[in-house]
Each structure stands twice: as structure tokens, then as C-alpha cells.
Write a protein that binds this ligand. Sequence first.
Ligand SMILES: C[S@@+](CC[C@H](N)C(=O)[O-])C[C@H]1O[C@@H](n2cnc3c(N)ncnc32)[C@H](O)[C@@H]1O
Length: 436
Amino acid sequence: MTPSARFAAAVELLGFIEAAATPADQQVTAYFRVRRYAGSKDRRWISEFVYRCLRRKGELDWSLEALGLDKTSRNAGLLSLVLFDQVEPRDIAENYFGGSHGLAELDGAEEQALAGASSLDTASMPPYAAANFPEWISDLLQSEQGENAGPLMAAYQQRAPVTLRVNRLKTDREEARRLLVADGIEVTPTSVSPDGLTLNSRRNISRHPLLDQGLLELQDEAAQISARLADVRPGMQVVDYCAGGGGKSLALAALMQSQGKIHAFDVNARRMRDIKSRSRRATTDIIEPLVISGDDSDSDLLQPLTAQMPRVFVDAPCSGSGTWRRQPDQKWNLSAERLGEFAALQQGILERASRLVAPGGRLVYATCSIFEAENERQIDSFLAHHPDYKIMPVSQLWPEVGLEGTYEGAFLKLTPLDFGSDGFFTAILEKSMNGA
Ligand SMILES: C[S@@+](CC[C@H](N)C(=O)[O-])C[C@H]1O[C@@H](n2cnc3c(N)ncnc32)[C@H](O)[C@@H]1O
């Protein structure tokens, strides 16, 4: 593709992403699926350009406003060339326009407005815009994270590492590392999870034969730690209440040495459709997917499991705020109202899932969120209505479940500032033996 065609495609894709709430990564995949003419270099250039615009949306929006330009994807793309690639406005027309697949010509007024970019008073940009966060989220982080808010928002500007979980049903970490290195892929063992390997440099590894053969799974270190904290054992009966594509179920199955049973529930059949094939690849047959309604109509279906399960894992739907390095667009799609909706949904899920926990069993509540409303406040509210549960401190479980080092705190609360994983939360609640 010519530079003009690439630029036009990037602007088009950015426009699609801004118009819909669907996560950008899904839209990028869908965009290229029907544009087979785009080669791998074109795809890389277009995706990187689009992701940079999404990552730096706060700066771009503020600058567009200061220059009197509308916040369109075309203007964002043009300004991105000027501000971040240092392209002279007068050179844009020649290098990024024209040709049969280019954008409609740059007009003189646009070029003149862009020329003002070099004299923008960026010192007057509000800190939330400079940090590329919506103002209300920046305020929320200031109130919840205090002095960590600034460094945390800066950490969200970085790209997340690519981390793999070694499937111990098929190999061990050293062997997996050796196989990757033999294929020219340098990796580093994760510092806390004994099952993780992080790629030393970014590349798309999702189609690698070691993943196809089920020796490795893409899974962030925080999710691996959370699965370990469930402290599952071979032979146990476990419920994975929000199983989705089965990431946690597969991690739990490996920790159970593929002995016992995992009842994997979700309200979304489409998300669960690959669990069987992923299980086959991982050589486990203990995961049983089941589509539930998520309301009281599940009572009969779940009756045989009620108060019977030694472990119930709830990987709740959430804002995903812990994963915004990977999905920078999603922070612009979240509103305070939507956050409240997630909290209400989580509360209902926790309530229903808790009915399945056996006396003496444990309810594991996890989110990939860093917000108190989805985390600590959910646990406070649950415990206020369920005096038969108590917190099992994560600090106590940490060494018992084979995690490296030590951890202080009743709950697992991670942000990218801790050791580079996604933001994640996990609370372990133990039900009393006598139900009192
Ligand atoms: C964070 S995702 C789960 C990710 C999955 N555990 C994994 O590791 O791959 C949350 C899941 O909760 C599901 N969900 C939403 N509402 C639900 C409900 N009322 N009951 C059960 N699952 C629900 C969503 O469909 C989504 O798949």
C-alpha cells in the first residue's frame, strides 16, 4: 500500500473504533479480515498508528480543541503526524494524500490550522489530558490511589507485556523456555507465578505451534496468580461461575492435575464455544461448560450443586480497568453510570455464586479492575449480608499455593506499577463449617 492508502486506512479504522463501543482489538481484527490486500507491514503500520492515536487521545483531543479543529478521526490522524511524527504540515499533502486510495485532499484551512500545532501552549494542558485519561477517571484515581495516581496513569501509557502460562499437564517451564528459545523467542520467567514466561520483545505469538499444541496459553501473570490463590486440589469439584473462553478454567484444571471436575458457567454461549477444543489441546477433560441464564431461572439447573462446592471461582464481568494498557480505547468508553452498572451486576453474580459454596468451602472473587467499587466495596457489602463468610488473607495463602516471594494484604490488589502485570483484584472468602 502507498503511504496515502495506509494513512487513509488508519483514519477510516480510527473512525470505526470511535463510532462503536466494541473493543478496538476486535475491530482491528475485523477490519483486516475483509482487507486481505493489506500486507503484514501495512497492517503493522496501520495498527500502530491507530493504537498511538487511541493511547494519546487526551493530548490529541486537547490540541484539536486548542487549534479550533473538530474532533474527527481525520483531524486526529493529521495532528498525530504533526505532533508525534514531526511531519511538517506543508509536507503532509504530498506524502500522505493523493492516489486512488488516499483521502480527500487537504485544504488550505486545514494546513493552516495544523501549522499552529508548533506554537501550542502545551504547558496549559490539564494533567488528565496530558496523562491521556478522561477527567472523571483521573479524579477517581487521585482519590483512590493518592500519590500513586500519576505514576499509574503514566504506566498505562506503556504497552503491556506478552505473558504465557506453561501448561504443566504437558511440559514444565524450563522445557517450554528451551523450546521457545530454540525457535528464536527469548523469554523471561515471571517473578511471582511459577508457571509464567514473558516475551523479552513484543511479537504476535497467538498462532505459534506451542500454543496450538496446548503447551502454552496466553495468560497475564496476574490471572495466573489469581488462579493459584483459589488453592484447588486434584479431585476437587470446582465451579468457574463466569468462565468466558475458559482461561481460568484451564489454569485451574492444570493445577488440579486434570483430576476432579470444573463446572464452567457463563451466560454467553458464544464466549464458551472454544472451551472444548482448548481443553483437548491442553489434554484435560474435566471442564464441563454449561450456559446459564444468570437469573433465578437457574435455580433448578444449579440445585444439585447448591452448598456442595469446595471452591467457586467468580471472574466477574468488570470495567477491565486493569487491562487498559492493552485496550486504551476502553477507558474512553467507560462512564460513571456504566461503572455503577458493573457493580450492580457483580453484586448479583456474587450472591448467586455464593449459594453453591459448601460449608468450609471458598468463594474466590476476581476482577481485572483497579476500582474500589468493583473490588473492596463489593466484598464489604457481601460480608455485611453474609456473616457466615470470613476473609482468608491472601498474605497467608501466598506461600501455601506456591507463589514466589511474600505478599502483604488481605486481598490481591495489583496494578501495572507492582511488577508489570495487568491490574487485578482477588478476594478469598471462606464459608464457616456450620453456616453460622
Ligand atoms: C472477565 S470475563 C471471564 C473471563 C474468563 N474467566 C477467562 O479467564 O477467560 C466475565 C464473564 O462473565 C460473563 N457473565 C456476565 N454476566 C454473567 C452472569 N450473570 N452470570 C455468569 N456469567 C456472566 C461474561 O459473559 C464474561 O464471559
